[in-house]
Every structure is written in structure tokens, then in C-alpha cells.
Write a protein that binds this ligand. Structure first.
Ligand code: SF4
Length: 903
């Protein structure tokens, strides 16, 4: 019988701020095939590895499906929605009546849709009377918001993605776009290839984005402000200023230039402040001076800093000084981390905004009060994220509602955050995942929220483009959209008239109307022309850019002819503070810990961590160490180390790279208590924030590193999650048809055998050698490998434990033949080992690529022709380039005549 396939639904990716349009074709079994939407102007059909793997993340195995109430003994019981909503409303009301509005807070997320964000912000700021609404976007781009507001009078991104196609010079500052905004990065690389644009990468680490760069400036962490002050001075002295633009459209230039001269008066002073080679500084300055079309694209390396706002303004200053703003191919460009950080800003989802890009001025408060018919308006800014959790720890905030985020992992000093959560009188969590570190902190009420693919609404990407996220799956269990949950709580609090929404479309219309309400052009955000969309038009909504929403073909830029949103319509040059130490210097903690992302994971892995394809790229939490530092600290490549700060510690696999600057460590943020034994990196990060934006500095925590010895190591593959012996270090890895664990341990073979008794079922085969520290066990059911555990001494794991990737392939296969079975248990090599995954789109491992290079595929293009690797999303292209370059170095070092020939 032919199964009816529903048509593809046009929607938007739930991960990064590029906001790629996708087509999701439901498979009729709860999943979907995902492809890029060729008509979406953010990506024109392209996707990165994360977007392409979305189909692997749609299962319901880890979902929260029903409202739950925590009992006295800590266990949860199911509640019906009526009781759950009554209880949330009743408890908020009780605490509000007793302690007032400062005692309640919402902590929201850049993963929420604009409509969800709007009602949550409206309820808190207009009806509960508090501005204690903040969001994980505080960790992402708050410094950009503050910097843009200081310079432009509004939180406005002046340019659009098309500028990346038209620029002749792209300056990437603190942005590993190759991994974190891959589709935009491919646009930059295409520009370089087709138009000859130059790319300059400014980053303390040599990241994947450096592979295509014409100039790489491995700047000393935290000194970007000095570099751009030096550039401003150079522009002034090189006669490269746009005097007319400065005079007509800006104020504060001379004071700012004077401050820049104090900080970095020339090339050599800039070089010495930033740790760069003077020749490289001069080359960068000359490139900037001589190129009219310059885009300076920046991201977390700029934002996540104790001086993030000054860094943003130092960059903007150079664009204002040259008049390179709001024109095709030029401008400062904030690459937003999250899918809807921009939408959250539009509705006022930050504690220092009100709504629709309005602030807490008396006029704005009154205007919004009248529009909302709000009885209890917040009259001043609330607590920003870090301060909010400090207020919880201090007992000043007693009731918190967390929506769609995982602060127990992602906030700095995360252990203190978890302790603070434990003090709450009322903790409500809306989420779609049953077990996150935040959920595991024991909220009083758990509310099942709709997930991507089930929810419906809008998001705004980094170029101000509003797109629809559309549902293509039914709501599972009793899950409901966040807007529905908040609306029903608001009604129970007595605000039914002001929360009449029946759909996301109703909320969008009100949001659009508020943006235009009494807006005579003094506010940048005005989408009032969309307030009249009927339901059908909202369903069919095509991506549009604000401020004046027009169809997708048009590109909108701002500020080409001034018109800034300051009282005098002039932009402000902002003089940065003189550079000081980012954090306290500590004699014991001599390293600076930098945190960030890997290519194929997102945030705390609650969705990407479900994808076997994505897990294959970097399957363990790690710390990158410079070779000299590693030698001094006594840590070995592939071994383990404890990274400690004043706030906590983590045990991570060591990767030694000369791309890591001396004196610094790098660790990814993704792993949590749910996915690893001891790799929650948020625990290590100092809760030091930028004074203007409140954004935490996640790039420079003083740290130390020391080796950790495990006598044995190995892995397990099972059909269901298992507990590993106490004291074992582990990382959970998604694999097809089950779950994997990579582990290291001092627990010996006999104890493992006892621990696993009854865990593996079916036909069991075992080998135990206590003296050598070897244990191998596998179970088979109906000719299939059902589960296995391999343990061997750390010093010689390759000889005693078969290759992970090879065994994983057998575990994922339908059958295992006699020879494979024998080889598996013998401990001998002989299983085909694809090696770690490089190309997620076509599942191409390192071994295959190295073989291809050895047989003459001497370029990325040739590898693509042979293996297809790198020919789809392009996310792995920088890694392919590295593999080719590495082979060339080996050849050169070996003095062989025929490149790539391996004998
Ligand atoms: Fe999603 Fe990747 Fe596009 Fe970002 S670049 S929106 S993660 S597909």
C-alpha cells in the first residue's frame, strides 16, 4: 500500500542566528526529511551539518510530554493542565502579594519564538509589575545591543547578508563563522572565490575560519579595543576619514580620537598592546584604509567579554569615521548566535528593555501601559541574567519561571546557579526535554512545551529578517506552545481581556501594532504594516526585513544618509575605557580559559546531542592546550586533565594544538551533567560581566590545568542508557539505535563484570584478563550486535580495545557475520575503521579522506569528486583543507618527490 506523504512545509532552522529557511517533509512516522529552502534569502537552499541533521532529532524518547508536579520526596507525578496552570498562577500570585514584584522573575531563551517571547514579556512587565525578565541571549549578544544603542540610539543592525557578497574586505572579529555561522561563512568564501574579496580573521585562536583567510591576526585575548583604536588613529593620520559624514552625521569624534590615541597611538603601540606582529598590524590597517567596501563581522569573541560593549563601539567607530555604513558591501555586522535573539530584542525580552525597542523612559512606560491596558507596569530595569541568579541566591527573588533554556549549565559559575535554584520557593520550568541539568535541579512544576517542528510563529535572524517557523508535526502527549501556556496563566491571574489570544497570529498582529503605536519615525523597529495580516496571510507569510517590511527581493540597509535614532539624529562616537585587566590576576591560576563551540553541536546538546551524525564529529568534551604549555603542565595529547578555576573544575580529554595560544586553554561549552561525568564548563567560568551590557566574560577566566591519570579506558554501546561504575569518567554519544559511552576508569575488569551483570541481554560472549586490565563483552540477539563493552589499559588501548568507529558501525548494522564477531572479541585489529567523522552530510570519516589524499586527491575539489565530502553544506571544508595541508607538510618533511604518494 502506498503511504501518503504530506507535502514539505517551509520553516526556519532552530539553531543559529543565520536563520536558514528549510523545507521539512514529514515522513508520516513522526520524523521528517529536511532540505534547504532555495527561496529563502538567508541561505538560498544551503544548510550546514546541524540543519541537515535535524531529521535525526525529532524522536520522542527524551521528551517531556505531560505537566508534572514535584512531590515532597522529590519524585514527580503527572498533573492535568488545569491543575498545573492553576498552581502556577496561584503560586505566583501568592508570592507577589506577599513580597511584591521584585520577588518574581522569568528567565527566557533565544530559542523561543517571537510570539512566545512577547506574551511572557508582556505578562511580567505589564501585569506582574517587574522587569525581571532576562534571557540566555544575555550570554550571546547583549554587548552588541548596548554598543549599538550607544552609537545609533537604537539596537539596529545596519546591514544585511548581501553585504557579505558585495564586500571587498571582510574582517571577522572574534567569530569562528566557519563553524558557528557556516552558511554565511560559505557566502564569504564564495565572494572571495568569485570576486576576490579579502578575508581577515582576528581571533586569539587559529580557528577553522583562518583556513580561508588572507591575513590571520592571533590577537591577545581581550585587546580588540586596542586594535580598533589603533585603526581609528591610523585612519585619521592616513587621511582616510570621511569628513563630511563625520561632520554631518556624528558627534564625539575628536574626543574619541583623543582616547584612541591614548590607547593605541600608532602601529607599534597597537602591536604591543595586542601582542601582534607590527607588520601584520600595518597590513591590516592598510587593507582597511585602501578598501571602501569593508564589512566587520563580529560575534561572541567580541560580545562575551568584560569590555564587550567597548569592543563593539571601537569597531563601529571605524565604520562611522569612514562613512562605511548602510551602503552595499560595508558596515559593522553583528552575527547573532541564537535563532531568535533578534526577535527577543524586538519584543523587549531583556531586563533593560521594555518592548518594541522602547526603554524605561516615562514616555515609553506610559505608552506601553496604554497600549497593553496594563495595570501594573514595571517602572525600571530588572535584573540581568547574572544579577538575577545572584538575587535568587540571596533570597530576594523567590519565584522563577524558566522557559526553553538550561541555565544550570550555560550560565557562568553554574554550580552557584544550581545552588541558587535549590533555594527558590517556586521554580517552574517549561521545556520539551525530560532530563536537563535545570530540570534535574528539582523544579516544583514542569510544563511540557512544544518543540521545533510542532510550534508555529516567527523568528528574526541577524539581518533583521522575520521568517515563519511552521509546525509540521502534531503536538505530542499534552505538549502546548509556550504562548498558550503563558496566556492561560495570565488569564488565571485575572487578565483574560488583555490576553485574548487564540493563535500565534493574534499575538503577532498585536506585536506589530505595538511597534507602530505612536511611532512617528523616532523608533527604528516599526512593522506596523504587518499588523493587519489575516490568518491566511500569516500562514503564507514570506520572509521580510524590517524596518519597513517588504518582500524578500528587497535588501534594506540603514544609516547610509544618517538618520540615527538619537535625539539629534546623529550617531555617537564612543570613547572606550582605557584597557585594564579583564579579570583578577591570580598567581595560581596562570592560564586564561576561553570557552566556545564545536562545529556540530549546539548549546547544551538537548537537540543536537540526539543526532548520531553530529555526535561523530567531536564525541568527547576536550580542552585544547598549546604544546609548550602541555609539556610544562605534564599533560599528554589524548590523555586527561583537570581544568580548575576559582569556581569549579572539569575533567576533559586533552588535545594539543599549536593553534592554541600559549597561556590559554580552550574548552567547548556543550557538555552537561546529562551528557558527561565531569565536563560542565559553565561551572568554571567567572561571573564577571561587562559594565554596560551585563554580558558575562566567557573568554578569560583564570585557570590551571593538571594531568589526571586513568589506568584504563574504553567504550560501551548499548540499546538503552546504562549507569557506569562510580568514579568512571564518561561522555554519552548518540549512536543509531542506541547510546554510546566513551569512558576512562580505574575500576578493574572484574568490578566491571559484576557491575554489568544482567545489563546486557541475549547471547553473551566475554573475555576477562584482570592482570592486564582487559575486559571485553558483547551480546548478540538474532544475529545482531545488541550491546558491548570494551575496556583496556590506557597505555595501550589500541591493542586491547577495538576501534570505536569500527565497532559503532557493527552496532548500527542489522547483522554481524562470524568473522566480524570473532575479530570483535579477539582484541586484534582487522575491523575496517572509518575514523572520526569529518563530513557529516555524507558520513565520510578521516581514514577515507586520508586514503584519498594519499592516492592523489590533492585538493578539496578532488576529495569532493571522489568522496562527495565537502560538496554539500561546506562546513567541513576548512578541515579538509587542513588534512590536505598536513599531508603536504608530511611529504615535504619526508623529502619525497611525489606529493601525496604513500608507500
Ligand atoms: Fe541552521 Fe546551520 Fe543555517 Fe545556522 S547555518 S541556521 S545552524 S542550517
Amino acid at each position: 500500500m502506498k503511504v501518503h506523504q504530506p507535502p514539505a512545509v517551509r520553516t526556519t532552522c532552530p539553531y543559529c542566528g543565520v536563520g536558514c529557511g528549510l523545507r521539512a517533509a514529514p515522513d508520516g512516522h513522526g520524523g521528517a526529511a529536511i532540505s534547504g529552502d532555495t527561496e529563502h534569502p538567508a541561505n538560498f537552499g544551503r544548510m550546514c551539518s546541524k540543519g541537515a541533521a535535524l531529521g535525526e532529532t525529532l524522536g520522542l524518547g527524551e521528551r517531556l510530554l505531560y505537566p508534572m508536579l514535584r512531590q515532597r520526596d522529590g519524585t514527580f507525578v503527572r498533573l492535568d493542565w488545569t491543575s498545573a496552570l492553576n498552581r502556577v498562577a496561584g503560586e505566583f500570585e501568592r508570592i507577589l502579594d506577599r513580597d511584591g514584584p521584585d520577588a518574581v522573575a522569568f528567565y527566557l531563551s533565544g530559542q523561543l519564538l517571537t510570539e512566545d517571547y512577547y506574551v511572557a514579556n508582556k505578562l511580567m512587565k505589564g501585569f506582574l509589575g517587574s522587569a525581571n525578565v532576562d534571557t540566555n541571549s544575555r550570554l550571546c549578544m547583549a554587548s552588541t545591543v548596548a554598543g549599538q544603542r550607544r552609537a545609533f540610539g537604537s539596537d539596529t543592525v545596519p546591514g544585511c547578508y548581501e553585504d557579505l557578497d558585495l564586500a571587498d574586505l571582510i574582517v571577522l572579529v572574534g567569530s569562528n563563522a566557519a563553524w558557528c555561522h557556516p552558511v554565511l561563512y560559505q557566502r564569504m568564501v564564495a565572494n572571495k572565490r568569485t570576486r576576490g574579496a579579502k578575508i581577515v580573521v582576528i581571533d586569539p585562536r587559529r580557528t577553522a575560519s583562518a583556513e580561508d583567510a588572507d591575513l590571520v591576526l592571533q590577537i591577545r585575548g581581550g585587546t580588540d579595543t586596542a586594535l580598533f583604536c589603533g585603526l581609528l588613529v591610523h585612519l585619521a593620520e592616513g587621511n582616510a576619514l570621511a569628513h563630511q559624514a563625520i561632520d554631518t552625521h556624528t558627534t564625539g569624534f575628536l574626543e574619541t580620537l583623543a582616547r584612541a590615541r591614548e590607547i593605541a597611538p600608532g602601529v607599534s603601540a597597537t602591536a604591543s598592546a595586542t601582542g601582534l606582529d607590527p607588520a601584520d598590524v600595518a597590513r591590516f590597517f592598510d587593507l582597511f584604509v585602501s578598501t571602501e567596501r569593508v564589512v566587520s563581522a563580529f560575534s561572541q569573541g567580541v560580545n562575551q567579554s568584560a569590555q564587550g560593549t567597548d569592543k563593539v563601539n571601537a569597531i563601529i567607530n571605524c565604520h562611522l569615521a569612514t562613512g562605511r555604513i548602510g551602503r552595499p558591501g560595508m558596515g559593522p555586522f553583528s552575527l547573532t548566535g541564537q535563532p531568535n535573539a533578534m526577535g527577543g530584542r524586538e519584543v523587549g525580552g531583556l531586563a533593560n528593555q521594555l518592548a518594541a525597542h522602547m526603554g524605561f523612559t516615562p514616555t515609553d512606560i506610559d505608552r506601553v501601559r496604554r497600549f497593553w491596558d496594563a495595570p501594573r507596569m514595571a517602572t525600571g530595569e530588572g535584573h540581568k541574567a547574572v544579577a538575577m541568579f545572584e538575587a535568587i541566591a540571596a533570597g530576594r527573588i523567590k519565584a522563577l519561571w524558566v522557559m526553553a533554556t538550561n541555565p544550570a549549565v550555560s550560565l557562568p559559575d553554574a554550580a552557584a546557579v544550581r545552588a541558587a535554584l535549590g533555594k527558590l520557593e517556586l521554580m517552574v520550568v517549561s521545556d520539551n526535554v525530560l532530563s536537563t541539568d535545570t530540570v534535574n535541579c528539582g523544579p516544583h512544576i514542569l510544563l511540557p512545551a512544544a518543540a521545533w517542528g510542532e510550534k508555529d510563529g516567527t523568528v528574526t535572524n541577524s539581518e533583521r529578517r522575520i521568517s515563519r517557523q511552521r509546525a509540521f508535526l502534531p503536538l505530542p502527549g499534552e505538549a502546548q506552545p509556550d504562548w498558550w501556556i503563558v496566556t492561560n496563566v495570565a488569564r488565571r491571574l485575572g487578565f483574560a481581556a488583555q490576553f485574548p489570544y487564540r493563535s500565534a497570529a493574534d499575538i503577532f498582529r498585536e506585536h506589530a501594532a505595538l511597534s507602530a503605536f505612536e511611532n512617528d519615525g523616532t523608533r527604528d523597529f516599526d512593522i506596523g504594516s504587518l499588523a493587519g495580516l489575516d490568518d491566511r496571510a500569516y500562514d503564507a507569510f514570506e520572509p521580510v526585513q524590517w524596518p519597513k517590511p517588504v518582500r524578500q527581493a528587497a535588501r534594506q540597509r540603514l544609516f547610509e544618509s544618517g538618520g540615527f535614532y538619537t535625539p539629534d539624529h546623529k550617531a555617537r562616537f564612543v570613547a572606550p575605557e582605557p584597557l585594564g585587566p579583564t579579570v583578577d590576576v591570580d598567581r595560581e591560576l596562570t592560564f586564561r580559559l576561553n570557552t566556545g563551540r564545536v562545529r556540530d553541536q549546539w548549546h547544551t546538546m538537548t537537540r543536537t546531542g540526539l543526532s548520531p551524525k553530529l555526535a561523530a564529529h567531536r564525541s568527547e568534551p576536550f580542552v585544547e592546550v598549546n604544546p609548550d604549555d602541555a609539556a610544562r603542565a605534564g599533560v599528554a595529547d589524548g590523555g586527561f586533565a583537570r581544568v580548575s578555576t576559582r569556581y569549579g573544575s572539569a575533567v576533559l580529554r586533552v588535545q594539543i594544538h599549536d593553534s592554541q595560544p600559549a597561556g590559554t586553554l580552550f574548552a567547548p561549552i556543550h557538555w552537561s551533567g546529562a551528557t558527561s561525568a565531569a565536563a560542565r564548563v559553565g561551572d568554571l567560568v567567572a561571573p564577571v560581566t561587562d559594565p554596560h551590557s551585563g554580558q558575562p566574560d566567557a573568554k578569560a577566566t583564570p585557570a590551571t590545568i593538571a594531568p589526571v591519570e586513568f589506568l584504563m579506558g574504553g567504550f560501551a554501546l548499548t540499546r538503552a542508557p546504562i549507569a557506569l561504575p562510580d568514579g568512571t569518567w564518561w561522555a554519552r554519544v548518540a549512536v543509531t539505535g542506541g547510546v554510546g559511552y566513551r569512558f576512562a576508569t580505574n575500576v578493574g575488569p572484574a568490578a566491571w563484570r559484576d557491575h554489568l551483570a544482567g545489563v546486557l541481554v541475549g547471547e553473551l560472549a566475554e573475555y576477562v584478563d584482570e592482570a592486564r586490565g582487559v575486559f571485553r563483552t558483547a551480546s548478540f540477539i538474532d544475529g545482531r550486535l545488541d550491546g558491548c563493552v570494551f575496556l583496556g589499559p590506557s597505555a595501550s588501548v589500541p591493542n586491547t580495545v577495538p576501534p570505536w568507529d569500527a565497532v559503532k558501525a557493527l552496532f548500527e548494522a542489522d547483522t554481524i557475520d562470524a568473522r566480524e564477531r570473532q575479530t570483535l572479541l579477539s582484541g586484534r585489529s582487522g575491523l575496517p575503521d572509518p575514523g572520526p567523522l569529518v563530513c557529516a552530510c555524507f558520513a565520510v570519516g578521516l581514514a577515507g579522506i586520508e586514503n584519498a589524499v594519499a592516492s592523489g586527491a590533492t585538493s578539496v575539489e578532488k576529495i569532493g569528486k571522489l568522496l562527495r565530502a565537502g560538496t554539500n553544506c561546506g562546513s567541513c571544508v576548512p578541515e579538509l583543507k587542513k588534512i590536505v595541508a598536513r599531508a603536504q607538510v608530511v611529504e615535504k618533511d619526508c623529502g619525497m618527490e611525489t606529493a601525496y604518494a604513500r608507500v
